[in-house]
Design a protein around this ligand. Structure first.
Ligand code: HEM
Length: 203
């Protein structure tokens, strides 16, 4: 019996890593705009003017790819059910010493929340980004509100992504393989996503 089962196909993985590259390009090119403390990061892009151009290009690419990723996962990330409420109640068992057995499908409630947050943030970052891109074409209050919302979403997205990267790597050994090679071990699937394991294997 094969010890590994398919989790993500090539298209899904390419899309995920494309979103990731555009996300980090956006982050690095925006740091210098966010605070004077970080203007040194402009050097990565050959100066402030170029960083802004790259931020705009990466913004369009992130908007499209992240939205496609959200739409692709939407059925699995928006179907919150009573098992998810249980997951939230125990915070996925991450803060407990005891072994807690939770009924988890392809994505756990935390992953669903992350997926929905990134989807909504992508739309709002895109809309506010348009107002900031052409500030003279819109009323001043709209541009100022957009700057505030864009900045708050920027900070909160980073916080979510830091947790996501930790849980997808050293926090849960075996998870990164899903996004690198597309496969996970049966033991990993049974432990972290038992309902999904049953769904795909019938066991
Ligand atoms: C170095 C950075 C990143 C790493 C190592 C990473 C790792 C992973 C891994 C291992 C999975 C599969 C989890 C599983 O099979 O249960 C995953 C799923 C996912 N990732 Fe990432 N990721 C990174 C960056 C990002 C970024 C920047 C975004 C979006 C802005 C993102 C959005 C998603 C989404 C939407 C999923 C689907 C499941 C979910 O909602 O959590 N990832 N990631």
């Amino acid at each position: 019996m094969n010890d590994y089962i398919d989790r993500f196909n090539t298209r899904e993985r390419v899309l995920h890593w494309f979103v990731t590259i555009t996300f980090f390009t956006l982050l690095l090119s925006a740091l210098g705009l966010y605070s004077r403390l970080f203007t040194g990061y402009f050097n990565l892009f050959g100066g402030g003017q170029k960083a802004i151009i790259i931020h705009k290009v990466a913004g369009v690419l992130f908007f499209i790819s992240s939205l496609v990723l959200f739409i692709h996962n939407r059925r699995r990330t928006t179907d919150f059910n009573k098992d998810d409420m249980e997951w939230f109640r125990y915070l996925g068992g991450y803060l407990s010493r005891k072994e807690i057995h939770l009924k988890v499908g392809k994505f756990n409630a935390g992953q669903k929340l992350f997926g929905v947050f990134i989807g909504v943030a992508t739309i709002l970052l895109g809309i506010t980004g348009i107002f900031i891109w052409w500030p003279l074409a819109f009323p001043r209050w709209i541009v100022q509100l957009s700057l505030l919302v864009h900045g708050l979403l920027f900070v909160s997205s980073i916080m979510f992504v830091v947790v996501h990267v930790y849980l997808g790597t050293i926090g849960n050994p075996g998870t990164l393989e899903a996004m690198l090679w597309g496969k996970v071990s049966r033991a990993w699937a049974k432990k972290h996503h038992p309902k999904w394991y049953k769904e795909v294997t019938g066991e």
